[in-house]
Design a binder for this molecule. Structure first.
Ligand code: SF4
Ligand code: SF4
Length: 281
């Protein structure tokens, strides 16, 4: 009888203790519950979830929180998301947005490949453009061109850049998500963004005087001003010894300038649509 009573009391105390513990936990979870912000959740869902940092925040969540809290009023910071994401953000926040802007893609403004652009010495150190520039700003005589060692390749989150095999790199525009990481890491400034519907590009980045550029590269812009003067409505403007092509007003003469350019550094822009699983060495 004694044993049965002890089992009974033991069982009862366990049930009571368990019940009290469960009740305590339920109360605590209600009290400590963090209310989820529905706007943040919706914005997070509208963003692409790449967490690439192109918006300036550590991840999509950070940008969503800043937008929801009104700490950031620039709705266009998610370049990888494009028009759909922008439209989604605008809808959630009740703000009218312009989704017609053309997507921008990275482009290497240099065609000074091996044998075309001269080198002052043979660099054989760490295969990285930023490392190479520590010594005389790189081994190319032109300090504005592509060094071809691929600092940009290493930071591109979508594998959109590959080596051409002749001393340069190329951006595969269909894979580019416009994050700008390659532009930021490139030590020579030769990687710049252009609209994906670009018709022509001045494939040079040299700011040296014409005579110096001519000595460094056979296809460098010598700032002769033929494009600007002969085709004044075409959008070519010489700035800092380099022809810069605008894309907003595409007047007559853009294609004619290709023929007239004495060094042939104006070329048609063709998207490189070849998808590559890995970067060619
Ligand atoms: S674009 Fe810039 S970072 Fe990329 S390989 Fe050329 S010099 Fe290096
Ligand atoms: S090519 Fe440049 S801008 Fe495009 S996804 Fe790669 S790093 Fe970003």
């Amino acid at each position: 009888m004694d044993v049965i009573l002890r089992i009974f009391w033991g069982f009862l105390s366990t049930v009571l203790f368990g019940g009290l513990l469960g009740l305590g936990l339920a109360v605590a979870s209600r009290k400590l519950k963090v209310e989820k912000d529905e706007t943040v959740e919706a914005l997070d869902g509208a963003l692409p979830g790449l967490n690439c940092g192109a918006c300036g925040y550590a991840g999509c969540g950070g940008y969503a929180e800043a937008l929801a809290a009104g700490k950031d009023d620039d709705l266009t910071k998610c370049k990888p998301g494009g028009a759909d994401t922008l439209a989604g953000i605008g809808k959630i926040l009740g703000v009218e947005v312009d989704t017609d802007a053309v997507r921008m893609v990275a482009y290497v403004h240099c065609i000074g490949k091996e044998g075309i652009a001269s080198r002052s010495y043979n660099y054989s150190g760490l295969q990285d453009c930023n490392a190479a520039t520590v010594l005389f700003n790189g081994d190319k005589d032109c300090k504005y061109g592509c060094l071809g060692l691929g600092s940009c390749i290493n930071v591109c989150p979508t594998n959109a850049i590959s080596k051409t095999g002749d001393g340069l790199v190329v951006v595969h525009a269909d894979l580019c998500i416009s994050c700008g990481k390659c532009v930021d890491i490139c030590p020579t400034g030769v990687m710049r963004m252009i609209p994906e519907d670009a018709d022509f590009v001045v494939a040079c980045n040299s700011r040296d005087k014409g005579k110096v550029t001519k000595g460094n590269c056979k296809v460098g812009c010598i700032a002769c001003k033929i494009c600007e003067k002969k085709f004044p409505e075409a959008g070519y403007k010489i700035q800092d010894n380099l022809s810069i092509l605008g894309y907003d007003n595409r007047g007559p003469g853009r294609a004619d300038a290709v023929e007239k350019c004495p060094v042939k550094c104006i070329i048609p822009y063709k998207e490189v649509k070849v998808r590559k699983a890995s970067n060619a060495g």
